[in-house]
Each structure stands twice: as C-alpha cells, then as structure tokens.
Write a protein of this length. Structure first.
Length: 243
C-alpha cells in the first residue's frame, strides 16, 4: 500500500506546487496513490489564501488528496470565531496575531491589515468580512489523522500508550514532549510534521517531515510503501532510513 505525504506548508504555494510535481513524477513510474497533507496550510508564509484555495480546487476536481488539521489551521478558524479564544497548546502571552505565530501574514493574503498596534476587534471584523466562508468551513472540517495500512498520518504526533480512538485533538495537533522523546513502537509508523527540523528524519517509530518551510527551508514530499519511506527529490527517490 503506497501513500504520499507533504509536510507543513505555511503559506508557500510555490513550494506546494513543486512538491506535487515531484509526486507526479514518482506516480508516473509507480502509479497513483493518495497524497496526504499534514496540515499547517497557513501562517508565516506569503500566500496562505492561495494554498487553501489551490487544495480545495484540487479536491473538488477529484484529486485523491487528504488534508489533515494542524495547530495553525485551528488557530486561524478559532480566531475568526472568537479573537479572544486561548488555545491550550499556545503558551502565553502568544496569540495567533503574535509575530512568532504568523496570523498577520495569513490575514494579509486576504487583504487585511493586522499590525501589532491595530485593535484586535478591528482586525477580527475585517478578517470575518474578507475570509471566504468556504475556506473556513474547509479548515474546520479537516480530519485530525489518517490511519492507512501500517502508517498513521498526523500533524504533530500522538500521546504514546493511548488508543487512537481516545487521542485528543489537542495532542494530535500540538504534542511534542512525551511523543518526540518516546522511542517505543507505536504500532503503525507515525508520519508527522509540526516540529521543524532541517531535513526529514526517520526515527524508527516515527518520521518527521517538517523541513522548516515556514522559516525558509524546503517543503518535503515522501512516498511510503508499507513501512518503507522514500524522500522525493528532483532526482527521484532517496530511501529515508531509520537513524
């Protein structure tokens, strides 16, 4: 059973299209398979609106794509619902509009000004008016994980030792401590993003493919065959081995 996966996009439509080009080249050799996007479509990058719209259009025309929910996807929609909502995964005093989080860049892609000195209420009102409700509905409906064969796809990770049906969304979109430092076999191989690193790494029980597109790094695409993982490059497949 083959699957493809793409890491955290963060508003980089150009990188997303190139990742899909690498996947298309691999499919031309190995045949079609689902493409799973691990969430964080927006924030920090220049074209969050374009990323969301492009993925929605592809799914609407019948592409075999799955988009999972990341913490930034949740932060975006929750801000539009209530600008004072505090995400339990976001440490104070950070909020979605804080420069470290990147919400202002997302709103800018919709034509909304959100400088730090502008009242939150005004930014919220403009965001509600500018953001396409279809984009909000799309993001709110995203699943938090996908179990496919021997592989579990999820944005951040899982709470080790907890059954999949009992995992919380907070953990699935936010977890680091307790997951990243746990070397036990989780059953399925966990493919995740959320924690930025320089290049995709295979840890044996999990594979992190967030290669820091949010901070100027590349956007990783992989092919997964059973429990074998291949990094897709412009020159083709490169095995991604544990260790």
């Amino acid at each position: 059973m083959r699957s493809y996966a793409i890491g955290d996009i963060h508003g980089h439509l150009d990188l997303l299209k190139r990742a899909h080009e690498r996947i298309a080249a691999d499919m031309a050799v190995h045949g079609p398979a689902p493409v799973i996007h691990l969430g964080d479509l927006e924030d920090r990058g220049p074209d969050s609106r374009g990323v969301i719209g492009w993925l929605m259009q592809g799914i609407a025309r019948g592409e075999d794509w799955v988009v999972l929910k990341g913490n930034h996807d949740r932060l975006f929609t929750r801000f539009l619902g209530d600008p004072w909502w505090e995400d339990p995964g976001l440490p104070r005093p950070l909020n979605w509009l804080h420069p470290r989080v990147g919400g202002a860049e997302t709103l800018a892609s919709y034509g909304v000004r959100a400088p730090a000195d502008r009242p939150v209420e005004a930014v919220h009102a403009d965001g509600r008016a500018a953001v396409d409700p279809a984009h909000v509905a799309f993001l709110e409906a995203l699943p938090s994980h996908l179990l496919r064969g021997e592989t579990l796809f999820v944005h951040a990770g899982i709470r080790p030792g907890v059954a999949l049906a009992e995992q919380t969304e907070d953990d699935l979109v936010w977890i680091r401590q307790g997951f990243l430092d746990d070397a036990r076999d989780h059953g399925p191989l966990v493919i995740h993003g959320h924690t930025s690193i320089d290049a995709p790494l295979h840890y044996g029980n999990r594979v992190n493919i967030d290669s820091s597109a949010a901070y100027g790094g590349p956007l990783t695409a992989i092919a997964v065959e059973g429990r074998e993982v291949f990094h897709l490059t412009d020159l083709g497949r490169v095995p991604l081995l544990p260790g």
